[in-house]
Design a protein. Structure first.
Length: 302
């Protein structure tokens, strides 16, 4: 299986960079941003004249999920948990294998995400706390160059992901998040295009003026399973979630994030912040299943 991609080769040698979107089929800013990058390289002769190395762009990795309009394809597997995949497996496993092959063939990797249909995420660039100091340093520099307000370094022990493939191949890699809620925010598309071009510049692949710094906070949390957003603040029941906080709000441990009402409308469960920090992720799709996250609170330095 091969992923639909565009490859742009510079006139001189340089790094090989892979940029992907649509690992989940309901995350739209990445798809639009990569499409604009393709248009720029197709139409901007100056960019191609100055490009050094090779850029591989994949707007929609998980085409089967995108065509369903869902996070996952019809086999029900999450591509971000299925890597490195199997060449003879289900559609998601085959896609994971093809994605893993691409990641293992490059020198640097950027994986663009959003909160999808059900969540919204404060704009961030993240990476795993790699055991190799050289790889970790490169990831830190890539995340800073991407220039989103939050930088989040998290545990390197989570498997099944695109970044775990990069981790095992010693390929410096970052992922990004920008809002979500089943929409495509123009500011997110612009930020993603700029961020990718900033990283190209930082890697010496493209000439670009340095951008004004937009980084507001850098948080590194090497504790096991940090960064696993789907397990944070799980709902104790299936029902309707009403938040009382907004993205970016500061909360203290024990503050209410919102209430889940059961299907009868008579029972209610208040979800309390497990620690102090800022609201990094928030469920915006009211229906929540038991065990699903209603939000993530990023612990910030005091």
């Amino acid at each position: 299986m091969e992923l639909s991609k565009r490859v742009f080769c510079g006139r001189t040698d340089g790094p090989r960079l892979l940029i992907t979107g649509g690992v989940h089929g309901d995350e739209f800013e990445p798809m639009a941003a990569i499409r604009r990058l393709i248009d720029q390289f197709d139409s901007d002769e100056k960019s191609m004249q100055t490009l050094r190395g090779t850029v591989t762009l994949v707007p929609v990795v998980n085409e089967a999920a995108f065509l369903r309009g869902h996070r996952c394809a019809d086999d029900g597997l999450d591509l971000a948990r299925a890597c490195p995949g199997r060449a003879e497996g289900s559609i998601t496993e085959r896609t994971a294998r093809a994605l893993s092959d691409l990641i293992e063939s490059v020198d640097y990797y950027i994986d663009l995400h959003t909160g999808g249909t059900e969540l919204s995420v404060l704009p961030l660039a993240g990476y795993v706390m790699h055991s190799d100091a050289t790889v970790l340093d490169a990831q830190r520099r890539m995340a800073k160059a991407f220039n989103l307000p939050t930088i989040w370094g998290t545990a390197g022990n989570l498997d099944g992901r695109s970044l775990s493939v990069a981790r095992d191949a010693n390929v410096p890699a970052i992922y990004t998040e920008y809002l979500g809620s089943a929409t495509c925010h123009e500011e997110g598309v612009v930020a993603y295009v700029d961020g990718c071009l900033n990283v190209l510049s930082m890697l010496g692949m493209l000439n670009r003026e340095p951008a004004e710094n937009h980084v507001e906070r850098i948080v590194e949390d090497p504790r096991p399973n940090s960064g696993h957003m789907q397990v944070c603040h799980p709902s104790p029941v299936t029902g309707y979630f009403e938040p009382v906080v907004k993205l970016g709000d500061a909360v203290r441990a024990g503050d209410s994030l919102g209430t889940v009402f059961d299907l009868t409308g008579s029972g209610r469960q208040t979800i309390l912040a497990q620690h102090s920090g800022i609201v990094l992720t928030l469920r915006t799709f009211p229906r929540v299943h038991e065990g699903e996250s209603v939000g993530v609170v990023l612990e910030t330095p005091t």
